[in-house]
Structure formats: C-alpha cells, structure tokens
Design a binder for this molecule. Structure first.
Ligand code: SF4
Ligand code: SF4
Ligand code: SF4
Length: 279
C-alpha cells in the first residue's frame, strides 16, 4: 500500500508536468510569430518584432536592398500555401489579418522576397508542385484539383496556354478552396490565386503574346543572331544539337525558330556576343 505522501508527490509531479506543457505551448505560440526571411536581399539583419513591421521596412532597413540593383517584385509569405504580395502592397503591415485580406497568410511565418527576374506564373507552378506532392489523396478536390491546376500552369509556362485557361484556373481554385477536406487543400490555391490577381499581366503575356516577361519560361524564349555582330565563324551552327542554324563562313548566320529547342548551346559557343535571347 502506498501512503498519502506518495499520492501527494505524484499529484505535485503531474502539476509540474502540466505547467511545463503550458509554458511550452505559450513558447510555441510566441515562436510561431517569428518571421524568417529568405530572399534576394543584401546584408540581412533579423527584425525583432516583424509582425508589426511593413514589408518595405524589412526590405530596405533590414535587408539592405535587392542585390545587383534589381527591382523588388514580390514577397511570398506563409510557406508553400501562402500568397505573393506585389510591390504596390509593399506597405502592408505584416500581421494575420492584413496578410489574409490581400490573399496571403502568416502560415509558417516564412517570407521569401523575389526580384524582377522571377516569373510569377513559374513561381505559382513551383509551389503547386510541392502541394501536389504533399496531398494525402483522401479527397478529390485536392487530389485531382491540384494536379489539374498544375497541368494548366505547365501548359501556360510551356507556351501552350489559352486565355480561357485563366478563367478555368480561377474557377478550379475557388472550388478546391471551398471543398477540400483540410487546410492543405483549402490553402493550396493561394499562390495561384494571388499571382493571378496581382500579376495578371504576366499570365496574359504568357497566354496571349506567348512571352515570358521575366525570361524564365524556356519555351517562350527566342534566340536570335545579330547580323551586325556575327562574324560568320560557324561555331554556333556546329554546336547546335538540332541543326537550327544556317549560314556560310564569314557571313551572318540565322536561326530557324521552328527547329530551335532553346537549349542555349549557341549562346555559350559564340565569342562575339552575337546571339541574343529575347523574352
Ligand atoms: S485536402 Fe487534406 S485531406 Fe484532402 S487530399 Fe488534400 S491533404 Fe488530403
Ligand atoms: S558563333 Fe556567333 S559569330 Fe560565330 S557564326 Fe554564330 S553567331 Fe556568328
Ligand atoms: S538555342 Fe539550341 S537549338 Fe536553338 S539555335 Fe541555339 S543551339 Fe540551336
């Protein structure tokens, strides 16, 4: 038989354990508010209370600016299911309500700052690839819907998109948000919807002009030879894996756009800077 003292000691121990859990829970809640920043930014110093600091302050005061004189393009918050904030909303204070109001979220507390060299369609596709991998497959809006979304974004980045795809994407995103079973599926469309909303001109450039303004989507690039710079050395033609370049020695060469597979071998081979890549 155990005495009264034994049970009192057990109760005291349990109270200590419970108190320990309570402290840990509070610490976790506080730590979850800390924001980590990953970016194209110089000389980062972590802010102490980022949840009250506007994104522009983060970028300029704490980040030292974007490297190589590039322009700020977007900040992506909240992990893979977060949204992208454009330069026009750079003054948005970083807190739960403000981020939610502009189609983003605090999520994991992560923030990625992107410069002008990022294609926002490609960025949306990148995050969706992660979501498709993470989907457990239990419900069809997430299992099938995110794959279908990824297919549409891939179609657009490969240069085969059509204007009506944008409406399909938006409709599908809203359906997934409303009918997915858990938070992963319900937030999965955020990167797509936020880029579609804030960077619609880039989507339009891809589907209408068949152009990637940031010069990221390989299939939408166009390799050309500047006749004024071309010395007719033939090196590019000899390096082209698809016989897309024609020309004779000491005369300007030409690229057949129908044969070009955008591999970039000619540009690397040319010692005269005669080959240009048009976005
Ligand atoms: S929404 Fe949640 S439950 Fe449904 S498939 Fe995605 S991860 Fe699974
Ligand atoms: S490698 Fe450059 S200079 Fe030589 S033929 Fe090609 S484009 Fe002209
Ligand atoms: S990009 Fe590749 S395929 Fe196109 S012309 Fe140059 S070497 Fe040939």
């Amino acid at each position: 038989m155990k005495g009264k003292g034994f049970f009192t000691a057990v109760l005291r121990h349990r109270r200590r354990v419970l108190a320990g859990y309570a402290v840990a829970a509070v610490l976790c809640a506080v730590l979850s508010l800390l924001v980590s920043v990953n970016y194209d930014i110089n000389d980062y110093l972590p802010p102490e209370s980022p949840s009250t600091i506007a994104i522009d302050v983060m970028e300029e005061a704490f980040g030292g600016g974007i490297p190589n004189g590039k322009k700020f393009k977007a900040a992506q918050t909240g992990g893979p299911s977060g949204g992208c904030i454009p330069a026009s909303l750079i003054d948005t204070p970083v807190d739960y309500d403000n981020l939610t109001a502009i189609g983003c979220m605090m999520g994991s507390g992560g923030m990625i700052v992107m410069d002008e060299d990022n294609c926002m369609v490609d960025i949306a596709k990148f995050y969706l690839e992660f979501i498709v991998d993470e989907s457990c497959g239990k419900c069809s809006p997430c299992r099938i819907g995110t794959k279908r979304l990824l297919g549409l974004l891939t179609k657009i980045t490969e240069g085969n998109g059509e204007p009506e795809d944008l409406d399909t994407i938006e409709e599908l995103c809203n359906h997934i948000k409303q009918s997915a079973l858990c938070g992963l599926g319900q937030t999965a469309p955020n990167p797509v919807l936020s880029t579609l909303h804030h960077f619609r001109d880039e989507y339009i450039a891809h589907v209408v002009e068949k152009r990637c303004p940031a010069g990221v989507c390989k299939n939408l690039l166009r390799y050309t030879i500047d006749p004024a710079k071309c010395k007719g050395c033939t090196l590019c033609a000899r390096n082209c894996p698809n016989n897309a370049i024609s020309g004779t020695v000491r005369n300007p060469h030409v690229i057949d756009q129908d044969k070009c597979i955008k591999c970039g071998a000619c540009e690397s081979a040319c010692a005269f800077g005669a080959i240009h890549i048009e976005a």
